[in-house]
Ligand binder design. Structure first.
Ligand SMILES: Cc1ncc(COP(=O)(O)O)c(C=O)c1O
Length: 497
């Protein structure tokens, strides 16, 4: 390198020159943030992004410094007013948690400390260990299990399935690559299972052809006889069944698979039993769901999200694995630059990189730690129970309306329904209901999402919202009917043959 002296004669840093005005802006931001959260109910549930903003957000990379006050003004003009709306009391789309004000502050503190929660002797490493222990307590999962906080349910599921694959293969998969002792390694789950399981199979080298999607009953729960037959058939074909994935709350309808039976079948065939409980696992804390979710305690692994039904700010998911040794064996690395020492900064707990795919990781645990202390676990259990009761209430409201129809019985916090009108065919109803969903969203009334159940378009409400109140569901029903009644739909359609 040349000109070292010259470069170093005027050293720079990215810290502010004027800390006082920086602090003032920070206080102003906090005021705006808290006002926003406090008044969220008076906001529309969603707003269209103006073309001008989209254009603004295509500008090239800044070359020179801009004033932080102006940057903040741009944020307030172009970014802040157009959120997805999941903080809003009438947001029930996909499965997204709603965040909390204290969670916001925790994120700021986490960013202030800015630790890399990968390795080392520093507080964040211990906070994560404590949070993982609390997660085990929440589910009454063995304290001897291992776990890791990840970005979400997809990562939690794939982390568990990598451990399952390696442990069940009977080979050194890390060294030799994926090869079953016999035929293909096969995973079983219901047709209602979230797409991340299939994606996991693809990236793990198992291949989606090795995911046996077992049919479901009228309540969208896996058919056990079909599952047993599929396992038998794979054994007969000299394949290697290795894992059963059960759902504690399917994404479409919130159905809970018969987990006890899945556990028995897994044990009978010596298969890894994994539970995708992205949101539903946490309903285990609700007395009415304790029984149907009890098998979580026995599962080999369980994946769930804290950013869904624990209302934590995105992102944070968790995976727990009963066989801590198998977990570590699947990911542990030895590298000269990652040595643990007896003292100093490189002491500390087992590096988290030994338990997952990532090395560098943020301080996800802090928002969980602070939020759990803020409210206590009992209040979270009550909020989850309230969401379920609200879903049943919504189901009752739908049942009372002649122009609305439940498409599946409510079993937890997901409600799938549609607007109906005499004389319309499925295809017309599908179009009509899609129009209703878009109108509800675009008019800023409410944000349900949608799914297709048996070829029928469903308006889908997944309630993981601690801000929703009874009257919000009444608004949804009233407005769905009003919009539906007002929509013209072409009556002349050739009936399906
Ligand atoms: C049942 C289920 N599994 C997995 C996922 C994926 O979770 P994430 O979006 O946090 O990756 C979801 C997301 O909604 C889900 O509902």
């Amino acid at each position: 390198m040349q000109n070292i002296e010259e470069i170093l004669s005027d050293e720079i840093s990215l810290d502010p020159d004027d800390w006082e005005s920086f602090r003032k802006l920070g206080h102003h931001m906090i005021d705006d943030m808290m006002d926003h959260l406090r008044n969220i109910r008076s906001e529309p549930s969603w707003r269209k992004i103006p073309e001008g903003t989209k254009k603004f957000l295509k500008g090239g990379i800044p070359q020179m410094p801009e004033s932080i006050a102006e940057i903040y003004d741009e944020f307030k003009k172009h970014i802040f007013p157009y959120p997805s709306g999941n903080m809003h009391p009438r947001f029930w789309a996909w499965v997204q948690g709603t965040g909390t004000p204290f969670g916001v502050l925790a994120e700021m503190l986490a960013a202030t400390m800015n630790p890399n929660t990968a390795i080392g002797e520093h507080s964040a490493m211990y906070v994560e260990q404590q949070v993982l222990d609390w997660c085990k307590e929440m589910l009454n999962y063995p304290m001897t299990s291992s776990g890791i906080l990840v970005s979400g349910g997809s990562m939690a599921n794939i982390t568990a399935l990598v451990v399952a694959r390696n442990h069940q293969s009977g080979r050194n998969v890390r060294k030799e690559g994926v090869r079953a002792a016999n035929g293909r390694m096969v995973l079983y789950c219901s047709t209602e299972t979230h797409s991340c399981i299939e994606k996991a199979a693809e990236v793990m080298g198992i291949g989606s052809d090795s995911v046996r999607k077992i049919g479901v009953d009228e309540n969208y729960r896996i058919r056990l006889t079909e599952l047993a037959a599929a396992i038998e058939s794979d054994i007969a074909a000299c394949n290697t069944p290795f894992c059963v994935v059960g759902n504690a709350g399917t994404v479409n309808t919130g159905a809970i698979d018969p987990l006890d039976d899945l556990l028995s079948i897994s044990r009978k065939y010596n298969l890894w039993f994994h539970i995708d409980g992205a949101f539903g696992a946490l309903a285990k804390m609700v007395p009415e769901y304790k029984h149907s979710l009890k098998a979580i305690e026995e599962a080999d692994s369980v994946a769930f999200d804290l950013h869904k039904w624990m209302y934590m700010p995105f992102e944070v998911g968790c995976v727990l694995i009963k066989n801590a040794g198998a977990h570590r064996k699947a990911f542990a690395v030895e590298a000269n630059y990652l040595l643990n020492h007896e003292g100093g900064l490189a002491a500390g707990p087992d590096p988290m990189g030994n338990y997952g795919l990532e090395l560098s990781r943020g301080f996800k645990a802090l928002k969980v730690w602070m939020s759990l202390k803020e409210h206590g676990i009992q209040k979270y259990a009550s909020a989850i129970r309230q969401n379920i009761a609200q879903a049943f209430y919504l189901g009752e409201l739908i049942g009372k309306e002649k122009n609305l129809e439940l498409l599946t019985p409510v079993s937890m916090n997901v409600v799938c329904f549609r607007y109906r009108r005499d004389g319309l065919f499925t295809e017309q109803l599908n179009r009509l209901n899609k129009e209703i969903v878009m109108a509800l969203q675009e008019r800023g009334i409410a944000s349900p999402s949608s799914t297709i159940l048996g070829g029928r378009y469903a308006i889908r409400v997944a309630n993981t919202n601690h801000r929703s109140r009874k009257e919000d569901f009444e608004v949804l029903i009233r407005e769905t009917i009003r919009i539906g009644d007002g929509l013209q739909i072409q009556q002349k359609v050739v009936p399906p043959h």
